[in-house]
Design a protein around this ligand. Structure first.
Ligand code: CA
Ligand code: CA
Ligand code: CA
Length: 204
């Protein structure tokens, strides 16, 4: 038994020695000059692995224009050199949640045909670069497919809408104003009341 142990110890020494030697031999080449370029990278996704992590600028100037069965989105062209495209987000609520309705949009323009009359849609867009970095959100905007003055979306401008309207009376700097800013100037004033009354009891 002792002999065997002694023999095995020898074995270990003999067997491990070459490895230890190998390690001491390979180490210097690693520490030579710290040149990372000699480390093999294989066929991995070198492009994405070495791509930048700087996202593009957020798109600006987003507008949403409602038409018949369509909302047309337009915004300014990004000037990022490594721009790959844009991503369009939409929600049917001012506060979200927003979900992606279009990706890899090549131009600063998008037509949303998947819309329903009587709805209000809220949008923002982001820019994506070739390393798949996503910008922060553009300023949000919205498009209404309701008749003007129909704040609750039941296809008529009536007392219920007037009640909602008065709740936001004289609000300022509200980008949607719960629908009460009918003129789109981010404030609820007599101008909006006039639009509401013009469409009073309108029934398409
Ligand atoms: Ca554009
Ligand atoms: Ca209504
Ligand atoms: Ca207004």
């Amino acid at each position: 038994m002792k002999k065997l142990k002694a023999f095995c110890l020898m074995c270990v020494l003999v067997v491990t020695a070459p490895f230890a030697l190998a390690v001491t031999v390979t180490n210097p080449s690693f520490e030579d000059d710290g040149a990372v370029t000699t480390v093999p990278t294989g066929d991995g996704p070198a492009e994405s692995g070495r791509g930048d992590s700087t996202p593009p600028a957020a798109p600006t100037g987003l507008t949403a224009t409602a038409g018949s069965g369509i909302v047309i989105l337009d915004w300014a062209d990004n000037t990022d050199n490594d721009l790959a495209g844009y991503r369009v987000y939409r929600s049917d609520s001012e506060i979200g949640p927003f979900s992606v309705i279009a990706d890899n949009v090549p131009a600063s323009y998008y037509e949303d045909n998947d819309v329903v009359t009587g709805m209000v849609y809220f949008y923002y867009v982001t820019a994506i670069d070739i390393s798949n970095n996503e910008s922060t959100n553009s300023e949000p905007t919205y498009a209404s497919l309701r008749i003007p003055g129909d704040l609750d979306g039941n296809s008529s401008a009536n007392l219920e809408d007037f009640a909602l309207f008065t709740q936001n009376w004289l609000d300022i700097n509200c980008w949607y104003c719960n629908g009460a800013d009918l003129s789109g100037d981010e404030r609820v004033t007599l101008e909006d009341l006039q639009i509401l009354t013009e469409n009073w009891l309108f029934n398409p």
